[in-house]
Design a protein around this ligand. Structure first.
Ligand SMILES: [Mg+2]
Length: 343
């Protein structure tokens, strides 16, 4: 489809619904978008790549999921600030020979999620790509002035909390990489193919001033918690038993034939939760005195540890065994000899 026609198609699909607040004064079709922003608010902006071969594979990920994940990455970053998303801008590089149905389904996935969170696709760019599909999403949102939740606010003694469950997306990715990928039905693996950005939870935490620091879990708990610790100048203790495990293996424990298999399964589910990434859950800290509800907007909230003055990250395992929590490192409870940092 020629570029002009493609833009017309996107414009038609994008304009079917606008945000209730009338944020978009002028959207697609002019040189720039013109936005009306609420007074006494600050603008939060994020940009995220979705690159074929790096973030998705056309043979593994259906186009609707690629579109959904593309916008979800940006929305999750807005959620992590406690913000309200308003508008998205999409820059798309497409190979010359890509089927029109692929582009249509990609846009459908992206716009379905946009509609759900009342975000307008307010502009973008399209170009031909010689290296596969390249999508860059910019999401713009607002937060009441001074109320954005930063990574730098965690204090010693604060509790560490996480939304939902961790590791399911990475477990699905591991299966996609393995021989069993032919049996994977995307709709049965929503955490990986259709992650739900925690916008409402982020807004609640900002509004109630509950969180002292926050980040979304995009690179894995061990890496994203390290970002909070670094920016806040603190350390952390995390209890392995408290981490809500999302990997399907964890839920099927009773189906495992032996106790030995159980602990191995649990260890791999924990490993996915600690180091997997692409969970798009929220990881936040809150003062010990803060009343953090067990659920926010239907999403379970779990306290998994606490912030410490010493600038190290520790993982407490079964029986109170301590080991260093290393960002992105492969840690396995079942094999103590390999835990370089344990003592
Ligand atoms: Mg982020």
């Amino acid at each position: 489809l020629p570029e002009k026609q493609l833009i017309r198609l996107i414009r038609r699909q994008a304009s079917t619904r606008r945000t209730a607040a009338g944020v978009i004064a002028t959207g697609i079709g002019d040189d720039s978008a013109v936005l009306r922003l609420p007074s006494n608010h600050e603008v939060v902006v994020t940009t995220d790549f979705s690159l074929e071969g790096t973030h998705f594979r056309r043979e593994w990920h259906p186009p609707r999921a690629v579109g959904h994940r593309c916008l979800a990455r940006g929305l999750s970053d807005i959620a992590a600030m406690g913000g309200t998303p308003l508008a998205a801008f999409l820059s798309l590089g497409l190979p010359a020979r890509i089927p029109q149905t692929w582009v249509n389904d990609f846009l459908r996935g992206l716009l379905e999620l946009a509609r759900k969170f009342r975000v307008s696709l307010a502009g973008g760019d399209i170009a031909q790509s010689s290296v596969g599909v390249l999508a860059d999403i910019v999401v713009l949102g607002t937060v009441p002035a001074g109320r954005a939740i930063l990574r730098s606010g965690a204090k010693p003694g604060d509790g560490i909390h996480v939304t939902g469950a961790l590791g399911a997306s990475a477990a699905t990715l591991a299966r996609l990489r393995s021989q069993s990928r032919a049996r994977i039905v995307p709709s049965r693996h929503p955490a990986h193919f259709f992650p739900e950005p925690r916008i409402v939870v982020g807004q609640f935490l900002s509004k109630k001033r509950l969180a002292s620091a926050m980040i979304d879990v995009s690179d894995g708990l061990s890496t994203d918690l390290a970002h909070i610790c670094e920016e806040s100048g603190v350390g952390a203790v995390v209890y392995g038993d408290l981490i809500p495990l999302g990997a399907p293996a964890a839920r099927g424990l009773s189906a495992s034939p032996t106790v030995r298999a159980d602990s191995a399964t649990r260890a791999s589910a924990l490993n996915f939760a600690l180091h997997g990434g692409e969970d798009y859950e929220l990881l936040f800290t809150a003062p010990a005195s803060a009343r953090v509800p067990p659920r926010i907007a239907g999403v379970p909230i779990t306290r998994i540890g606490e912030i410490t003055r010493a600038k190290k990250m520790w993982l407490i395992g079964a029986g109170g065994r301590r080991q260093w929590l290393v960002s992105g490192g492969w840690e396995h409870f079942a094999n103590p000899g390999r835990n370089k940092g344990s003592r």
